[in-house]
Structures are given as C-alpha cells and as structure tokens.
Design a protein around this ligand. Structure first.
Ligand SMILES: *Cc1c(COP(=O)(O)O)cnc(C)c1O
Length: 347
C-alpha cells in the first residue's frame, strides 16, 4: 500500500521492523516455546517482567489476545467486567470477552476515556444471588479513542486501591503504556504499580512487527499460559518474534518523545488551517483526532484526497479524522504531511 514516499499516519501499527530488528530476528536462538524451551522468548519475558517489576510475563501474538486471556484468567463466566465506554476491549475486540470468556461488559461513561473510583464503585454489583458479580475492572492507558490521553497516576491509584479493598482484580490495557510513561516522565513500573495485570504492545510505537506481552504474578501467568493455549495462542519457535521484541523494548521507549513532539507539531500546524478543529494542547502523546466539518468536505473525501497526494489517515466519523505519529515518519515527513493538508484545503 505505501511506497517510500507515502506518509502513513493511519496508525502506529504500520511501522516496519528496523534493520537491527531484522538482524536480531534472523540470528535468534530458538526452541519450542510450547515446551517453554525458546531461550529468546524466555529472555523477553524475563525482561518485560523486570521492566514492570513483576514476577512474570508472557508473550502473545496480539494485544487483543493478551486482553482476552487477562479477562478469562481473572473472571468466571457470568461475571461482569467494568470498562470505559471508549475502551478498546469494549469497542474493538469483537466482543471476545462475551463470546470467548463468557463475561459481560459493564460500561461506565467516563470523561474522555477516564473513569473515577466513584463512578466505578457505583458500577460494582452487590453480593446478591440474582446479580452478576463484578469480576474485573479494566482501564486503558493511553486511551486510544480518547485521543492518546494519559490517565493521571493519582486517579489510577485511587481506582486500584478501591478495587483491592472491594476484592476485585484490576487489569490495565497498556497497549501504549510507554507513551503514557514518556508523557508523564515516569517509569512504566511506577505508573502501573497498583494493577494486578498489565498488557502492552511491542508492535505500534515500539516498532516490533508482531507481539504483545501480559505481565503479573507467577500464579497469574501460569493461568494465562493455560488460557493462551486454549485460545490457540501457543507458538513454537517464537524466538524470531521475541528477538524483535527485545530490540523494541530497548530502542522504542527512549525515542517516543519524538513521536509526541511530531504529533504536537502536526496539531499546531493543523490548528492554523481554516476549517480544521483541533486543540493542540490536548495532544500529549502520538494520537490526533480533528474535526473537518467547516472545510465542507466529508471525512471520506478528505481522506481520499490526502491519499491521492501520498498522505494516509483514517476517517473516524462523518467529519472526524485520526492521525498517529510513529518512528517511520520523521519530522520532515510530518512537515510534508502538514503542507499537503494545507494545499488540499486551499485547492
Ligand atoms: C492496538 C490496541 C490493542 C491491541 O491490538 P492488537 O491489534 O490486537 O494487537 C489493545 N488496546 C488498545 C488500546 C490498542 O490500541
């Protein structure tokens, strides 16, 4: 789809493995990971556990499967799972929590993806024989459909403490947790301390071609390994993927601030254009949503015109567009994307 001149801002999932990743993949030492014999997978899992200061971690082929297994391993069929209305697990994981884990989402309407403990507490079901019981509380950081918003650590800690006191486990969909850590200037471990389990993506901003991780206690990871196998996610010589993941964990986080600076630069440029609605100061990580209603174009037409000019992005509503910055588009590329948008709007 994209040649070298195309600026692909549809998602941070479009990044290709770096030359160093490809070399690491080609020379990876491998074994059968279903026998837990793959030394590179084992190394990646130990590394992830150490980064999050947890006992253990497990590699998954996707973030969706990591979230599904986190839910299945911490709930019983018939439970409810508290999640926010914009959350990925509720909107974009094909209802797997219901279809495959047998639980119901209990949706809380937060503020731009952010729930408070007071809101969650009201959604928790009392212990009563005719009520579904609350099995798990899920948060997301950064919030994908919340425009890459970062959850304030104080609020997160209040939720985790409240949940612990209520005897309910917490899971973080931390697909972009390193973006959140970068924006806050904190470590990933520090901003996820209260959660029982955390998933995060090696793909997306960190640049690996495939892979997500789940981290937590040793007991939880053993349960997760069982359910990963049940859902068809047991992989054999996965060391070729883990090798890229190790490079992603090393190279990825230290450069995410560039993606954030590029997103803000793009937002600042867009804010100057007639007909575009965006609040640049709200862009704190690598995701931008903006309105184009006053340009007179539909999002579909705007996206099609941009695509013909070599800039790819996605329509997310009749007059709303989403762009993401990532390691495969540098500052010059972002300037060029902004120039292209300016030309299209003045044509
Ligand atoms: C990308 C993403 C996931 C997982 O996606 P996969 O494509 O299955 O790896 C989960 N949660 C959020 C918020 C995401 O952005």
């Amino acid at each position: 789809m994209s040649d070298t001149n195309t600026i692909d801002l549809r998602s941070d999932t479009v990044t290709r493995p770096s030359p160093r990743m490809r070399r690491a993949m080609a020379s990876a030492e491998v074994g059968d990971d279903v026998f837990m014999d793959d030394p590179t997978v084992n190394r990646l899992q130990e590394r992830a556990a150490r980064i999050f200061e947890r006992e253990a971690a497990l590699l998954f082929p996707s973030g969706s499967m990591a979230n599904l297994v986190a839910i299945r391993a911490q709930t019983e069929p018939g439970n409810e799972v508290v999640c926010e209305s914009l959350s990925h697990i509720y909107n974009y994981e094909v209802a797997s929590m219901s279809a495959a884990a047998g639980v119901m989402p209990r949706v809380v309407e937060g503020t731009e993806g952010e729930m408070t403990w007071a809101q969650i507490e009201k959604a928790i079901r009392p212990a009563q024989y005719n009520l579904a019981q609350t099995g798990l509380i899920c948060l997301e950081n950064t919030g994908n459909m919340a425009g890459g918003a970062v959850l304030p650590t104080e609020g997160v800690e209040a939720i985790c403490t409240g949940a612990r006191n209520a005897g309910i486990p917490t899971h973080l969909d931390g697909a972009r947790i390193f973006n959140a850590a970068t924006a806050l200037g904190e470590s990933a471990a520090a901003i996820t301390r209260g959660f029982d389990t955390i998933s995060f993506c090696l793909s997306k901003g960190l640049g690996a071609p495939v892979g997500s991780m789940l981290v937590g206690s040793r007991d939880f990871i053993e349960r997760a390994r069982h359910f990963r196998k049940m859902f068809g996610g047991g992989m054999r010589q996965a060391g070729v993927l883990a090798a890229a993941g190790l490079v992603a964990l090393e190279e990825g986080p230290p450069r995410l601030h560039e993606d954030h600076a590029n997103a803000r630069l793009l937002a600042d440029r867009l804010a100057l254009l007639p007909g575009i609605t965006i609040q640049p100061e709200a862009i704190v990580t690598n995701i931008l949503f903006f309105g184009i209603e006053e340009t007179g174009l539909s999002a579909a037409e705007f996206v099609a015109r941009l695509a013909r000019a070599g800039v790819l992005c996605l329509p997310t509503g009749p007059t709303q567009v989403r762009m993401l910055t990532h390691c495969d588009v540098d500052r010059a590329g972002i300037e060029r994307a902004a120039d292209t948008i300016e030309q299209i709007l003045s044509a």
